[in-house]
Ligand binder design. Structure first.
Ligand SMILES: Cc1cc2nc3c(=O)[nH]c(=O)nc-3n(C[C@H](O)[C@H](O)[C@H](O)COP(=O)(O)OP(=O)(O)OC[C@H]3O[C@@H](n4cnc5c(N)ncnc54)[C@H](O)[C@@H]3O)c2cc1C
Length: 597
């Protein structure tokens, strides 16, 4: 199995050359995030991920987690790797100094998460879920809760979980049943069953902080009656040490398609002691802090699997000899040519490269907005928040769909060998598959984008983004080298607005038009956002080549990928546009009982 390399060169391209993060950090006052510090983090993080985490990826898949009477053992080496991760201070990188963090920008945490996830997604989910718990406590916890729980999570000695799903409710959290009864001491007794809880039980940290949605007695029905609680596995003593075992136990682990190294737990809460976070009945609002962190985290999963599949299939395609090139032998002294000579293999490689690098640019654009939501004037923060709100469902759903497509193409490049476990390509496909489901399915993200973000803002959030694109096109209109990109981008940008208007009008007559158009709308939006980012990338590459860069290969590959994206991937928007305009009737006219087979 070939080794994973953390794509530091491409990360630097997106961070520095495309999005100008050095200046971005300086302008937000992150003095500690100097270029030298950022470089050191990239180098050290990459070393840890390549040398410690990547070798555990296949072991994690083969061994999985084991359950024994409520206790869960993670695969060989997972616990030791986590200890090293904590000792090196990685969990605290991008968290507030007030709670023991290093106070570096959140976007640097995103970079670290991409490195970790590319090396070993299942392992990365243990610290990954903790970030969501930390952000939730930071935003909504009391000082005492921050002191007791946040500091331990930042330190990494405790990990966190997100407990939403119950057997009868996943997407529809309004019908959740877990109960929270007030105790005399101000705490609550939490009772109910949560399923599918990632990192819900394990042996890697001394305590687990469950962030749990539950209902208070007499709470209103639906989402307006949900509250949020901290439920620790072990109740903390007053000195912060781990105390008595709380009434939450792991009933079993799910047997699943992929991410075997991550424990997906059924958790039984049996009068467990819980502590309210935020106001009563406002739990879902508070949980959105967690869910938004998790959505961007899951967007990264798409990038991680695309990158991993691309790297391995590229190495294989240069090595594997099969058939001759149609245009004459390229390896005349060998028995056959390497498969990279075949146009169809190149299609598969370039698709993966375009989605991995394009996805990285989008996640970094989102991460940059997260930084901007935390510093600056109210107006500046609102601007960043709006852009982030618009881009998050696109990043989550589009990048996981294209990440899964890429993982499949990576496997396809290996032919039958891709289907055999040894190479790790089928693991990459299996691990990638969950990403379009959890943290809100693609369908649910699409409704969020079209219904909540675009139509409910009367198109305002979309316009904020299309204005950015328009400004870029206007500025580059006379740039000959960019002409093919700019013309196409302008066309897409305009069509995006027209399609939105069209659906908005139809939706006034029939609300099902929104649901019927939504996934095509989301995918169209994803391709449009990527087109903007690839045009930006082409601009940077052209400038570097014109200036006589010493890294000609790197920038030529960027330009070739941008061209491939515009010529061969972006035309997919035409199919999505046509499908979304075809209306709801072709989906809704058949009565449920007439789905005859
Ligand atoms: C490995 C794994 C790890 C997970 N980790 C966690 C975790 O850590 N914490 C946690 O709380 N949960 C977790 N989940 C649960 C996950 O988030 C849910 O499975 C997911 O949200 C979907 O819910 P569901 O499975 O109940 O499907 P359902 O909600 O029953 O949905 C079934 C189908 O119906 C569609 N659908 C539902 N409603 C609508 C609608 N209004 N419009 C259009 N389509 C709709 C969905 O898109 C889906 O295709 C995990 C799940 C798995 C498998």
């Amino acid at each position: 199995m070939s080794e994973i390399k953390i794509p530091l060169r491409d990360m630097r391209f997106a961070m520095r050359e495309l999005l100008n993060w050095d200046q971005h950090y300086a302008s937000l006052g992150y003095e500690d995030a100097s270029p030298d510090v950022v470089d050191a983090i990239l180098e050290e993080g990459a070393k840890f991920c390549e040398n410690v985490l990547a070798p555990l990826n296949q072991i994690g898949d083969q061994q999985g987690c084991t359950w024994n009477d409520g206790e869960v053992t993670t695969p060989e080496g997972f616990k030791e790797a986590y200890q090293q991760f904590v000792e090196a201070g990685w969990p605290s990188l991008a968290h507030s100094v007030d709670h023991g963090g290093q106070g570096l920008p959140p976007s640097l945490g995103t970079i670290l998460s991409e490195m970790v996830g590319t090396a070993n997604w299942s392992w990365g989910m243990y610290p990954g879920l903790s970030h969501g718990a930390m952000n939730t406590l930071e935003a909504h916890g009391t000082d005492e809760q921050k002191h007791t729980y946040l500091t331990k999570l930042v330190e990494g000695s405790w990990t966190g979980t997100m407990c939403l799903t119950e057997p009868h409710c996943g997407t529809d959290l309004g019908i959740l049943r877990t109960k929270a009864e007030p105790n005399d001491d101000g705490s609550y007794a939490i009772s109910g069953t949560k399923i599918f809880i990632s990192a819900g039980e394990h042996d890697m940290a001394e305590n687990i902080v469950h962030i749990v949605l539950a209902r208070l007695p007499d709470a209103p029905a639906g989402t307006k009656g949900i509250s949020l609680f901290i439920v620790p596995k072990f109740l903390p003593n007053s000195d912060g040490s781990v105390g008595e075992r709380n009434g939450v136990t792991c009933g079993s682990l799910e047997h699943k398609m992929g991410i075997h190294g991550n424990a997906t737990a059924v958790l039984n809460f049996d009068g467990a002691k819980g502590f309210l976070i935020g106001p009563p009945n406002k739990g879902l609002n508070c949980m959105f802090t967690f869910m938004n962190t998790a959505r961007l985290g899951t967007a990264l999963q798409g990038v991680a699997h695309a990158e991993a599949g691309f790297q391995k299939s590229l190495a294989y395609a240069k090595d594997r000899l099969q058939m001759r090139s149609l245009s004459g032998p390229k390896n005349p002294n060998g028995p056959a040519d390497p498969i990279i000579v075949h146009p169809d293999v190149r299609r598969m490689l370039l698709t993966q490269k375009a989605f991995a690098e394009g996805g990285r640019m989008l996640v970094m654009l989102c991460a940059q907005q997260v930084d901007r939501t935390q510093v600056g004037s109210e107006e500046e923060r609102k601007e960043a928040d709006d852009l982030l709100a618009f881009l998050t469902p696109i990043a989550k759903a589009f990048l996981t769909e294209t990440g899964y497509e890429s993982a499949n193409l990576g496997m396809q490049c290996f032919g039958g060998h891709g289907y055999i476990a040894e190479w790790g390509m089928e693991q990459n496909v299996r691990d990638a598959r969950i990403s379009t489901i959890y943290e809100g399915t693609t369908g649910v993200q699409a409704l969020d984008l079209l219904g909540r973000k675009v139509l409910m803002s009367q198109g305002e959030l979309l316009r904020k983004f299309t204005k950015v694109v328009h400004k870029f096109c206007k500025a580059e209109v006379d740039n000959e080298a960019l002409a093919p990109y700019v013309a196409k981008l302008q066309e897409i940008n305009q069509q995006w607005g027209e399609l939105t208007m069209n659906i908005g009008v139809k939706a006034m007559e029939n609300p099902d038009e929104v649901g019927a158009a939504s996934v095509d709308y989301l995918m169209y939006s994803g391709y449009a956002v990527q087109a903007y980012l690839w045009a930006l990338a082409a601009k940077v590459a052209n400038e570097q080549l014109a200036a006589g860069t010493a890294e000609e290969d790197f920038y030529r590959a960027k330009l070739a990928t941008a061209r491939f994206y515009f010529d061969r991937i972006l035309p997919r928007t035409a199919t999505h546009a046509s499908a979304m305009q075809s209306g709801a009737d072709n989906l809704m006219s058949l009565d449920a009982e007439h789905f005859v087979f």
